[in-house]
Design a protein around this ligand. Structure first.
Ligand SMILES: NC(=O)c1ccc[n+]([C@@H]2O[C@H](COP(=O)([O-])OP(=O)(O)OC[C@H]3O[C@@H](n4cnc5c(N)ncnc54)[C@H](O)[C@@H]3O)[C@@H](O)[C@H]2O)c1
Length: 349
């Protein structure tokens, strides 16, 4: 039985608990939150025996094997690093850290302790994405020439997930002082991972633009200065030569959570729309290229990130969505921020 701890018991921690509950061979034995009321309510909801208000107390007093880190972005490294150093396996929420330099600390630490380490790139739960990656890696689409990807959300215009003006869960996402890299760091991290994984390639250079729109008088709500970016655009060149755009926004009225990728090679193309399906995509390949005919391809379910994490612990074989990958994606996001500041393209180092 793998004994788990959940660190950070806010909104997303509910998905972690529900997902672990559905997996045989693991159980949640402890929960941690700096807010004592929240951690108690969460422990009651999921029948978790132990609660703590710091990672340090958890490590000192609890007997556990692995942890999910589900705190706001700024606390991923401060919480995950002591866990890794204590020899615990860690599934960390995305982004691994607000900047690549911080993420690298975790990469160095897991190299030493050899614990299983994963970043919750949840759109890898799409079997269609894995199939597209395989097709591209096998050359079925030919050379990747062009791509267009977006991740759109609407929570600044519609209260579909609650009112951002009164909810700390959304307010910390709007404030750089609270460790947020805005829409780029929050959802750009997903669509950049998804796109470069689908292209089976790494990014060579990025030309980025970020924008923070005025939302409230004085650009401040209580302790939160609303200065993190709301929208991001990246013009991207892959190491294999392909060119494309990746964009994100929280101002996409009418789109609660929409991710899509159009990917064009010189021998085939695919359209992935996660609003429609995680397990299907459209493809124009092989002899259909001549007639520009598109067909739907259906794929079998792929294990979700929690199942992959537990399997990685059991087999000792780390899933590909590891801290190294989290660090790599963070370098792409850092390049977008640097490019926005410099007003020119920035190469990935
Ligand atoms: N993978 C996904 O698709 C996905 C979706 C939503 C959120 N997330 C990520 O999950 C994380 C949490 O997001 P959320 O919406 O649940 O936020 P939230 O604000 O609802 O919850 C965060 C919780 O962490 C607690 N916390 C803060 N500092 C802490 C610390 N040092 N130690 C322990 N607890 C601490 C807070 O009190 C709060 O209860 C973020 O990193 C976010 O990017 C990922």
């Amino acid at each position: 039985m793998i004994k788990l701890a959940i660190v950070g018991t806010g909104g997303m921690a509910h998905a972690h608990a529900r997902s672990y509950e559905a997996i045989k061979g693991c159980k949640i034995v402890a929960a941690v939150d700096v807010d004592p009321k929240r951690v108690e309510a969460y422990a009651k909801e999921f029948n978790i025996p132990e609660t703590y208000t710091s990672v340090q107390d958890l490590i000192k007093h609890s007997d556990f094997d692995a942890a999910s880190v589900v705190t706001p972005d700024a606390f991923h490294v401060p919480c995950a690093l002591p866990l890794v150093k204590a020899g615990k396996h860690v599934l960390c929420e995305k982004p691994l850290a607000p900047i690549a330099k911080e993420a690298k600390k975790l990469v160095d630490a897991v190299k030493k302790t050899k614990v299983i380490n994963m970043v919750n790139f949840s759109y890898r739960n799409s079997s269609a994405l894995h199939k597209i990656h395989d097709l591209v890696a096998k050359g079925k689409l030919g050379r990747i020439m062009h791509f267009e990807a977006h991740y759109l959300q609407t929570w600044l215009t519609s209260p579909v997930w609650g009112d951002y003006k009164t909810s700390p869960q959304w307010l910390w996402r709007l404030s750089t002082a609270h460790g947020s890299k805005g829409s780029l760091g929050d959802i750009g991290v997903h669509i950049v991972d998804l796109t470069s994984f689908a292209c089976a390639d790494s990014i060579k250079q990025v030309n980025g633009q970020l924008k923070t729109f005025k939302k409230v008088k004085g650009d401040r709500i209580g302790e939160y200065k609303l200065d993190a970016n709301d929208s991001s655009f990246m013009r991207v060149e892959l190491n294999g030569g392909g060119l494309g755009t990746i964009s994100t926004t929280r101002w996409a009225t009418g789109q609660p959570n929409s991710l899509a990728l159009l990917l064009y090679g010189d021998k085939g193309a695919v359209k992935l729309d996660l609003d429609k399906s995680y397990n299907e995509f459209e493809a124009c390949m092989g002899k259909d290229v001549k007639t520009a005919t598109w067909k739907t391809i259906s794929c079998k379910n792929t294990p979700n990130m929690w199942q992959r994490f537990i399997k990685s612990i059991k087999t000792g074989k780390n899933d590909a969505s590891d801290f190294e990958r989290g660090w790599q994606v963070q370098k792409y996001l850092d390049a977008c921020i640097a490019s926005d500041k410099a007003g020119k393209a920035v190469s990935i180092r």
